[in-house]
Design a protein around this ligand. Structure first.
Ligand SMILES: Nc1ncnc2c1ncn2[C@@H]1O[C@H](COP(=O)(O)OP(=O)(O)OP(=O)(O)O)[C@@H](O)[C@H]1O
Ligand SMILES: [Mg+2]
Length: 309
């Protein structure tokens, strides 16, 4: 029997292959039941959404999740696209400790890319595919109340001024509840609003964490551009399949993880207050979401409390 099955025309398949398709559906059933009615937050990393065909595979998976009764909430990033538009506009992107220094001009570009482009693309693709979606930023319905990020420096002294970079002060999930009750998939841009109306650019991993907590999500899944958390970031074969929550700070201190992986792991850790497991998966591998959710195949990196592992 061939390794892969072309599902595009089931009528032309020999009976043995059709039986295999049925086996796959049967294997998925208990998982589908488990997630029916459950909220799953999917953080879709900017780096993983560059290629069109990959985007389509991720979108199809989210549509299927919605169709079988689970309740996906999408939070997206877009760091790479913000930098590339800044380049085209002749603006220079600056980073301090992995965070983008955000002056008023950079905030405008971030909002244009995140809200105007990426969010509307995802929302429109989900809706066209049959999962009616609604695009939101933190400004809609007061969803994400932000405050300026004041990151301490290495020895606790005040850190660098990053401008309009925010943290989530509060999530108002009322708009998410209203959309859920009507069967809409919320798609959230990581832009928050301060109590004075000022917009803030927030790391999307942190937004995904806070949304997962506020919505009581069963799972939080980070789709990014690596096969998982790597023991050696230069070697994609070194995926760490399982990380216990209490190992995370040590891995950061030892420099095993750096840059954009740090907010992901810290967010994962805090998300375990509501979720049993958090996953970091390769968004460039077609259907990694479905494999993780609906089959016995564990892929990428899973993070959980030691007593759950
Ligand atoms: N040990 C590690 N294993 C895997 N990736 C690592 C590790 N340490 C650092 N990284 C970096 O983390 C990056 C992923 O974070 P990054 O912020 O770039 O993407 P994202 O969060 O998916 O997208 P966005 O920031 O646009 O939402 C990887 O591309 C890799 O360069
Ligand atoms: Mg990131």
């Amino acid at each position: 029997m061939p390794d892969s099955i072309d599902l595009h025309d089931l009528r032309s398949l020999p009976i043995e292959q059709l039986i295999r398709v049925a086996d796959i559906l049967i294997e998925a059933m208990p998982f589908i039941r488990t997630f029916r009615g459950s909220t799953v937050v999917i953080k879709y990393g900017g780096a993983a959404m560059v290629k069109q065909e990959l985007k389509e595979a991720v979108i199809r998976d989210i549509i299927l999740m919605h169709d079988v009764g689970s309740r996906p909430i999408v939070v997206h990033g877009g760091g790479k696209e913000i930098t590339s538009l800044m380049d085209r506009l002749g603006l220079k992107a600056r980073f301090v400790g992995g965070q983008r220094v955000t002056d008023a001009e950079t905030l405008d570009v971030a909002e244009m890319v995140l809200v105007g482009k990426i969010n509307s693309e995802i929302t429109s693709a989900l809706t066209r595919g049959g999962a009616p979606a609604v695009g939101l930023s933190g400004k809609d319905g007061g969803l994400l109340v932000a405050e300026k990020l004041l990151e301490p420096g290495p020895t606790g002294e005040p850190g660098a001024d990053l401008g309009y970079v925010g943290t989530v002060k509060q999530v108002n999930p009322a708009i998410l509840d209203a959309l859920r009750d009507k069967g809409y998939v919320p798609v959230i841009s990581p832009i928050g609003v301060g109590e004075d109306g000022q917009g803030y650019n927030i790391n999307a991993d942190t937004v995904a964490l806070e949304v997962a907590r506020a919505a009581g999500a069963r799972k939080l899944i980070f789709l990014t551009d690596t096969p998982g958390v790597l023991r050696d970031p230069a070697d994609p074969r070194t995926v760490i399949p399982t990380i216990a929550e209490d190992e995370i700070e040590d891995m950061i201190a030892k420099g095993v993880v750096s840059g954009g992986m740090i907010p992901k792991l810290r967010s994962a850790r805090r998300a375990l207050e509501v979720c049993r497991k958090v996953h970091i998966l390769d968004g460039r591998v077609p259907h990694s979401l479905l494999l993780e959710l609906f089959t016995t195949r564990g892929i990428g990196t899973q993070i959980a409390r030691r007593d759950v592992l």
